[in-house]
Design a protein. Structure first.
Length: 703
């Protein structure tokens, strides 16, 4: 509530995600309470963060906060897949709360009232609000929605006022994290020595001949490997074979597919509805009542693409016409009615490179301007704009080549908008544009467009009917009821012609079984309720019913041979093959002689311009050791020792080496190294702090 009065005193505020009747439910209907049979009376601890125990109730509260925001933003209840993402966000949010709070305090990071006000009403409105603050008639950003809400807030119920206070905290927490990440990412720096090395890596070339002998040149049958050798390999390389708790599951899938009758019924229904839509007097009301589309009535703004299934089937789209039904790639039938076509607010598309100057002195701004002018000159001389944006850009657009997407004139600060909309043709604006944020290099990629459509979308999904689902469930239930153990499970599957599918080394937090998505309940059963050999009840997934049996269980630590047999066998066998190939090459003085030892499998080739920065050898694959060895030969004509890569043995002969030429300025390479490092910083810091916090995650017992 700290900012309600201040914000109300401002004009032009907007926050469309807040509407009358916002109530934060403590426990959602899709999550069981800690007193339910889910917990079986056991501990309700879902994990530990920095030595602090996290209870089920605390975790649920955080989930519900994020779930509630999702519902307000989308207008619907999240799917199970989306709930998984929400739970992960909640867990990460708790880690941030427990771990980052002390970091913020130590660094003195805060969010001022003025800064928070600017986030919801100023020139820096956060993206979440921009996405929601749209006028349903125009589809454009609308600043008026919050004004009405705030004017009635003082007389609103406590739930609405509490939610606004919660939103303030969420906005502030998000901005604090951005500040923290930016602070550390901008602390990245590459020295001139590192820039010089990067230049050397990218510009040093060698001309080499090489012979490549793949491991399949020797048959697997010619290499004998014992279990004791495999176990010895695991013991000598324990770090490579660390595993968490895991299980092996066998299952039979009873797939849910629409029958011919189901398809005929959907086609008949959508044809009838299409005719009704053609004659409907209120298109939006009709599709809102009858369509299964996510956006049944939409305004397609200038520059935005019309639905692909419409444009690929109709060449000349006319207002008032109804088109379809068409079968889409998503197994849905869809029809469209073009309700209106008009000239809306013009929008254009551009990319930019920002050189920030906020908080700098006049001398600092002058230096930034000079740097920006130099980059503009590089682009004018042929440097790709997208490459320049990735290398020099100082905002989030740098990661997508500076692309700003489609925007209206009022969406950006005046100087930027005026310069962009004043151009007569697409292309680079050959001058810097200065705004309160800094200097911009701008490239107009699409000229203004104003053509706007309103489209009613009638969509029906082709899914199995209740009758089809019931028939498939009865078969799955009969199979489960007649298999009380793993032996009967296998015997009955063979008798009925059902395929048993194996899912090996399934982790406690996995959500899929092989390519079977949304199998979380099966995995929870395997970890919490199942014993080896036990057969499950029928699990319902999105597109199938599953009956499973637990084949084996593994504890956290070093993997057993059974868990990693295929991987270890391949590595040990290839090690033996490598020694056999090396022995076969002994005494051979030329690459041609070496190739002749395996004439049908070995290949002899030349690379005239192999770079030191490369990691892939053309025709071979990932081969960093071989590339390093090529640059280590030094003398023309010298032949390397056989090099053991993952895919085979490589021997190289150096023809010539071209060292990187010295240059006067390595700053471009320094900037690229700095940018690459800064883009990894946020993730690396999160992983480091999580590791230092010794996070223990027991959520698999609950979800």
């Amino acid at each position: 509530m700290a900012l309600i009065k201040k914000i109300r005193q401002k004009t032009g505020l907007a926050i469309g995600v807040i509407a009358v009747g916002l109530i934060l439910f403590i426990v959602g209907g899709d999550i069981l309470s800690p007193n339910s049979t889910l917990l079986g009376g056991s501990s309700n601890k879902v994990g530990e963060i920095a030595g602090e125990s996290i209870s089920y109730e605390e975790y649920i509260r955080k989930i519900e906060e994020i779930k509630f925001s999702f519902q307000q933003n989308t207008g619907r209840t999240p799917s199970e897949n989306e709930m998984y993402s929400i739970r992960e966000q909640a867990w990460q949010a708790l880690i941030v709360d427990k771990v980052f709070a002390s970091q913020y305090e130590a660094l003195g990071l805060t969010i001022s009232d003025a800064e928070l006000v600017d986030m919801v009403q100023g020139k820096n409105i956060i993206a979440e609000l921009r996405q929601q603050l749209t006028n349903p008639m125009t589809g454009e950003f609308d600043r008026d929605q919050l004004v009405t809400f705030l004017q009635s807030l003082e007389n609103a119920g406590p739930e609405q006022r509490a939610f606004w206070a919660q939103q303030e905290k969420l906005f502030a927490d998000a901005r604090l994290r951005v500040k923290y990440d930016n602070l550390l990412s901008t602390s990245e720096f590459a020295t001139s020595a590192e820039g010089r090395m990067e230049h050397k890596m990218q510009n040093s070339l060698v001309d080499v001949d090489y012979v490549f002998i793949p491991f399949y040149a020797i048959s697997d049958n010619d290499v004998q490997v014992s279990d004791s050798e495999l176990r010895d390999y695991i013991n000598k390389n324990k770090e490579k074979f660390k595993v968490s708790n895991a299980v092996d599951i066998d299952y039979v899938a009873f797939n849910l597919m629409p029958s011919g009758e189901d398809s005929a019924a959907v086609i008949s229904e959508i044809r009838q509805l299409t005719e009704e839509l053609r004659n409907a007097s209120n298109d939006s009301v009709f599709v809102l009542r009858n369509s299964e589309a996510a956006r049944p009535f939409a305004t397609i703004l200038p520059g935005d693409a019309l639905p692909n299934s419409l444009t690929t089937n109709v060449d000349d789209i006319q207002v008032g016409e109804t088109y379809g039904p068409f079968l889409t790639s998503r197994s849905t039938y869809v029809s469209y009615k073009i309700t209106d076509k008009f000239n809306g607010t013009p929008r254009m598309r551009a990319s930019h490179i920002l050189f920030g100057t906020q908080g700098l002195s006049e001398d600092g701004k002058a230096e930034v301007r000079t740097n920006a002018q130099n980059v503009l000159k590089e682009i004018q001389d042929g440097l790709s704009f997208a490459v320049a944006a990735a290398q020099y850009g100082q905002d989030a657009t740098a990661q997508r080549g500076g692309d700003l997407g489609w925007f209206a004139k009022e969406d950006f600060v005046e100087e930027f908008a005026e310069a962009s909309f004043a151009v007569k043709s697409a292309g680079l604006i050959n001058r810097l544009v200065e705004t309160e944020y800094g200097y911009h290099i701008i490239e107009v990629t699409e000229m203004p467009k104003s053509e706007t459509f309103k489209i009613a979308t009638l969509e029906l999904e082709l899914i199995p009917s209740d009758a089809t689902r019931n028939d498939v469930f009865r078969r799955a239930d009969f199979f489960a009821a007649n298999a009380s153990n793993a032996k009967q499970f296998a015997e009955n599957a063979e008798k009925e012609g059902f395929r048993i599918i194996q899912a090996n080394s399934v982790g406690a937090f996995d959500r899929n079984l092989n390519n079977l998505q949304g199998a979380r309940e099966v995995i929870r059963w395997a970890f919490n309720d199942a014993s080896v050999g036990k057969v499950s009840q029928v699990f319902e997934l999105d597109n199938s019913y599953i009956v499973a049996t637990l084949r084996s269980r593994y504890e956290e630590g070093t993997a057993s041979l059974d868990q990693v047999r295929a991987q270890v066998l391949s590595q040990v066998r290839n090690d033996k093959k490598a020694e056999m190939i090396k022995k076969q090459l002994e005494g051979k003085a030329t690459l041609e002689d070496m190739q002749s030892a395996y004439p049908n499998e070995a290949s002899l080739d030349n690379i005239p311009d192999l770079r030191l920065s490369a990691s892939v050898l053309p025709g071979v694959g990932f081969a960093p050791k071989a590339i390093g060895a090529a640059f280590g030969l030094k003398e023309s004509g010298k032949i390397s020792k056989p090099i053991h890569e993952d895919v085979g043995i490589i021997v190289l002969k150096l023809n010539s080496i071209t060292p990187a030429a010295e240059v006067a300025d390595y700053s471009g390479y320094q900037r690229q190294l700095t940018l690459n490092a800064s883009q990894r910083t946020a993730y690396m810091i999160m992983m480091a702090l999580e590791d230092l916090a010794d996070v223990k995650d027991y959520r698999y017992k609950f979800f």
